[in-house]
Design a protein around this ligand. Structure first.
Ligand code: GLY
Length: 316
């Protein structure tokens, strides 16, 4: 067996060492992925997952997460969940305890989490709130008044300013992106997990690729697993994670499979085009990633690693 091995997207290094520790001790890929992503979700300095994630346009943090098991293609996901810091664990419970369903959204997902006893918490940290308020302040008064000259009340002006943020899709200036972790355990099982607070200042209720099988997450033990970060609407429309898997099934190595999937997604017309990335792990332990810009990396640990290693992605 080529395992144990774990790979992850940029900033997954907050969770990858703990995931590898579980794998080294003979633990499951499922436990490793959940543990690794929980640590990323709890990292307050990370503004793209869990607590500290950047909010939607109205200042509310909404989280998406999913988990998929390669041998069974079992899948669990939650989307647009508010008030729960670890959506990856709720996604796992959807998969394990609600197998008649695969994806819960919004209030229904929150009710399920309440029922299971998950603790609620405030996810909007003061730092993330400041970043959001700073964005709101950049919306020029004219663009608000141009939309609705009757926008005289503070509340109405605020509502229009937040809608203007959605129209802009202004990216955040720091290290950005959803987090993927893919693990293979000693038995050869592969599990893929994805967690995100989604596009910063998104429209309330917007769900990206991270919660959707085939879009931002896919695992098929006969081939491997793949996951995406970046512009989720492209991965949703292109079925990008599944495309990576099908490219590998057709014989491509993981890096070439990722690059070809991104080139396919690039053909989609998109007025809001932004960076899309993917990474993949094959059933025989090969791995690779691709991105739209140079200098992008993914994170790797094997059983003999002393720490996370950063591997360049192919730039397309
Ligand atoms: N790729 C994450 C998102 O678009 O929400």
């Amino acid at each position: 067996m080529p395992g144990p091995i774990v790979i992850g997207s940029e900033r997954s290094e907050a969770g990858i060492p703990a995931a590898m520790e579980i794998l080294r001790n003979g633990g499951s890929a499922l436990d490793a992925v959940e543990r690794g992503l929980r640590l990323c979700e709890d990292d307050l300095a990370d503004h793209y997952v869990g607590t500290g994630g950047l909010p939607n346009a109205r200042g509310v943090v909404e989280l998406d997460a999913s988990i998929m098991v390669g041998s069974t293609k079992a899948f669990g996901a939650v989307a647009a969940v508010k008030g729960f810091p670890n959506p990856i664990s709720i996604a796992r419970k959807v998969m394990e305890q609600l197998p008649q369903h695969a994806l819960l959204v919004g209030e229904g997902a929150e009710a399920f989490a309440d029922y299971l006893g998950f603790a609620r918490a405030e996810l909007l940290t003061p730092e993330a709130r400041e970043l959001w308020l700073a964005q709101l302040k950049t919306v020029p008064t004219e663009s608000i008044e141009g939309e609705n000259t009757k926008a005289t009340s503070g509340d109405e002006r605020y509502r229009l300013a937040s809608l203007e943020l959605v129209k802009r899709m202004a990216p955040h200036e720091g290290p950005w992106g959803t987090i993927n972790i893919i693990a293979m355990d000693k038995s050869g099982e592969i599990v893929c997990g994805v967690s995100t607070s989604g596009y910063p200042y998104k429209h309330p209720g917007r769900v990206g690729d991270s919660a959707v099988p085939g879009a931002g997450n896919y695992a098929d033990l006969k081939v491997g697993a793949a996951a995406c970060t970046g512009r989720g609407e492209l991965a949703l429309r292109g079925g990008t994670a599944r495309t990576v898997i099908e490219n590998m099934r057709a014989g491509m190595d993981p890096e070439s499979a990722c690059a070809a999937a991104l080139l396919e997604a690039r053909l989609l017309p998109d007025d809001f085009r932004a960076e899309l990335r993917c990474l993949a792990l094959s059933h025989d332990g090969r791995h690779g990633g691709a991105a739209g810009m140079t200098g992008s990396t993914y994170t790797l640990m094997t059983e003999s690693s002393t720490g996370p290693e950063f591997i360049p992605r192919r730039a397309i």
